[in-house]
Design a protein around this ligand. Structure first.
Ligand code: HEM
Ligand code: HEM
Length: 166
């Protein structure tokens, strides 16, 4: 049951963001379109990473042996990409940030809600990376929880940032 909700939410997030960005937030300026493209790719990659939480959760909770084995194999493979994905998408986001600071900031003002939520999400991205690094070095109960919670807060924040009007 829960895995169905989880799949639907993922599809909604990905298709929804594609529709929202490309149909509802059109821009003429090439650089700004590139910044949107960078953010679009990065947010999909971040969503892949956040999904690890649900995969580990289902592995822990399911009674079905077959599901456990299949997801455990999948997660072992996918975790090889986890750090690479987070670093690549952070680099994409840095491009997104620089373009917006230079091109959009002066037009809408640096205190615009879109900008403020952008700074906030970026700070939480850095905290999540740091927490991930700590967890990678030595996984204590606190560090696991810290990485999990910062990742969730970061996800909520960047979704609010994405949806915030200019
Ligand atoms: C200092 C940090 C940031 C600033 C100043 C910033 C600024 C902006 C601005 C001005 C837009 C609107 C562009 C437009 O009208 O198309 C935008 C869109 C977007 N940003 Fe950010 N951003 C920041 C960080 C982030 C982060 C960390 C993410 C995480 C994934 C992100 C994801 C997105 C997405 C998905 C959009 C597309 C939605 C839209 O076009 O309105 N941004 N950002
Ligand atoms: C912004 C990027 C990132 C996001 C959104 C993210 C998200 C997540 C989530 C949701 C989990 C599952 C947590 C759980 O259920 O306990 C996880 C696990 C993990 N993450 Fe990240 N993470 C990010 C970056 C990183 C980085 C940069 C590192 C390391 C340098 C890292 C290392 C780990 C490790 C070692 C695990 C545990 C895997 C396991 O238990 O086998 N993460 N991450």
């Amino acid at each position: 049951m829960y895995h169905r909700i989880w799949s639907v939410v993922n599809v909604l997030l990905i298709i929804g963001s594609i529709i929202y960005i490309w149909l509802f937030r059109p821009h003429d300026n090439t650089l700004i379109v590139i910044s949107q493209f960078l953010a679009q790719i990065a947010m999909i990659l971040f969503i892949f990473n956040v999904n690890m939480y649900f995969i580990f959760l289902i592995i822990r909770k399911t009674n079905k042996r077959e599901v456990k084995i299949r997801l455990a194999t999948f997660s072992r493979y996918f975790m090889k990409w986890h750090i690479k994905i987070s670093i690549s998408s952070t680099i994409l986001i840095v491009g997104h940030v620089l373009i917006n600071l230079v091109k959009i900031g002066p037009v809408i003002g640096y205190e615009n809600i879109k900008m403020l939520m952008g700074y906030t999400s970026f700070v939480f991205l850095l905290v999540t990376l740091f927490a991930g690094y700590l967890r990678h070095k030595k996984a204590t109960g606190f560090r696991k929880k810290f990485h999990r919670i910062t990742a969730m807060i970061f996800t909520v924040l960047f979704l609010i940032h994405m949806l915030a009007p200019i």
